[in-house]
Design a protein around this ligand. Structure first.
Ligand SMILES: *Cc1c(COP(=O)(O)O)cnc(C)c1O
Length: 442
């Protein structure tokens, strides 16, 4: 029924909510329908043709997508922080699903019925893999650094090289974390050079609680540089009866693993940091480890026990799902070359196989296959370029955005007027989806 009163032609809220297809909870759909009708009334008042149905559909689609959809990562950035860093292995997903779908013995000894501590299995895998006496898990590496400093060096000075006062994307700044931990930052050395003597002076002039070494994982200082080794710092720390805390950041378990790609040379490993004598070593679970978001800490039993007793331990603890994902991820390393972990599968895929996949894609959508480079991402392995054949397409208006608007969004990279499609972090099964998406957008 069309009347000459445009306000009366607007549908009722629940009629509009029925009209638009929505996967969202009904209350949210109703809420969106109501807002669309409010907008329609304002449009009528402004003399604009109202279209509440279209507006409601668009809003619902935007909210559904913002709620989380799988994205195909064709950026060539393997650990893309905006895409959730490391995808989990199938084994990790299965184990986590099992942990989430019912009760489990998270904190109970099922042989005796006594209460137990969570995470002991993952801790045993970590000590086995790194050679450390003890391990502890918190919810990310920022938390790991925080609890290590708070438990070991609260109200004490902690010397850090000026070249290692890092900021990681997303508001992690080491000086701010130190501030919150209660440890007092003492800057030593210069931006490009820090010698063991600089730390020695600091230890002599301040009441130090620890030495802190940080792997500058997202930048590189080149040229006239000097860095003090973990081994030298561990010796100095031991001579002064304080520990060395070493934030290796990226989470390589063993830098001497035979299957590691050459381009990762120089990235510190947890096992090597233990051998060098660091008392506490911290790293992320979702960077090079290729597992869930977590902060992993390995070190001496005495120091790790202090972390466990810290009031922060409870505030920063992880749940059974994270432990399950970590357990499956760490087991893959114990079983040899961990190509069941997506990150390593992508990292180790041969350029020749990528070139073949690129050619097939180029046959369908055009573009040129070029020798390009992927990167590790997530502030890991700065400056490292992984040789990777890629497709370059002349960037037509909005192609980048249109690929994101697809049912399964495809994230690509823009470079110098071209659109770069990099298949290194794309599962071969998804090549077809990439091809279809590009075809549809062209
Ligand atoms: C990534 C990183 C962090 C922060 O780790 P999150 O797991 O993202 O909290 C801290 N320090 C270093 C050296 C890093 O590389």
């Amino acid at each position: 029924m069309v009347t000459d009163n445009p306000y009366r032609d607007l549908p009722a809220v629940d009629v509009l909510a029925e009209l638009v297809e929505s996967q969202l909870p009904r209350a949210l759909t109703i809420d969106i329908a109501r807002s669309a009708l409010d907008q329609a009334r304002r449009d009528i008042a402004d003399g604009v043709e109202p279209d509440p149905e279209r507006l409601a559909r668009e809003t619902i689609r935007a909210v559904e997508r913002a709620a989380g959809v799988p994205v195909i990562n064709a950026t060539g950035v393997l650990l893309h922080t905006n895409l959730g860093r490391a995808p989990w292995s199938d084994a990790a997903v299965r184990r986590a699903t099992r942990a989430a779908s019912g009760y489990s013995n998270l904190e109970i000894d099922i042989d005796t019925g006594d209460r137990s501590r969570r995470g002991t299995y993952v801790e045993s895998l970590l000590t086995l893999l790194t050679g450390a006496e003890a391990a502890f898990v918190v919810n990310n590496n920022a938390a790991a650094v925080l609890i290590a400093l708070a438990a070991v060096a609260r109200d004490r000075a902690v010397p850090v090289a000026r070249g290692e006062l890092i900021e990681i994307g997303g508001s992690y700044r080491l000086p701010d974390v130190m501030d919150v931990s209660g440890a007092r930052l003492v800057e030593v050395g210069t931006t490009n050079r820090t010698r063991v003597g600089d730390y020695e002076t600091a230890v002599q002039t301040h009441q130090c609680g620890a030495l802190l070494k940080v792997h500058p994982s997202n930048y590189r200082v080149e040229g006239f540089t000097e860095e003090t080794s973990a081994a030298d710092l561990a010796k100095l720390a031991a001579a002064n009866d304080i520990p060395l805390i070493y934030d290796i950041g990226s989470g390589l378990l063993d830098s001497e693993a035979p299957w590691l790609p050459r381009w990762l040379a120089g990235e510190p490993g947890a096992r090597q940091a233990v051998e060098d004598g660091a008392g506490l070593i911290t790293f992320s679970g979702d960077k090079l480890l290729g597992g869930p978001q977590a902060g992993l800490i390995v070190g001496s039993l005495e120091l790790v026990s202090r972390l466990r007793q810290s009031p922060l331990a409870r505030a920063l603890r992880v749940d059974g799902v994270t432990y399950a994902g970590l357990a499956a991820t760490l087991e893959a390393y114990l079983d040899g070359a961990p190509t069941t972990i997506p990150f390593w599968r992508f990292a180790l895929v041969e350029a020749s196989s990528l070139r073949g996949r690129c050619s097939q894609l180029a046959d369908r959508v055009g573009g040129t296959v070029v020798d390009g480079a992927s990167t590790v991402g997530a502030g890991s392995a700065p400056g490292v370029e992984i040789p990777t054949p890629q497709i370059r397409l002349r960037e037509r208006q909005d192609l980048y955005e249109e690929l994101l608007r697809q049912e399964r969004p495809v994230l690509t990279r823009r470079d110098a007027g071209d659109l770069v499609v990099d298949l290194r972090a794309v599962e071969p099964n998804d090549d077809e989806a990439v091809a279809t998406a590009v075809e549809r957008c062209l």
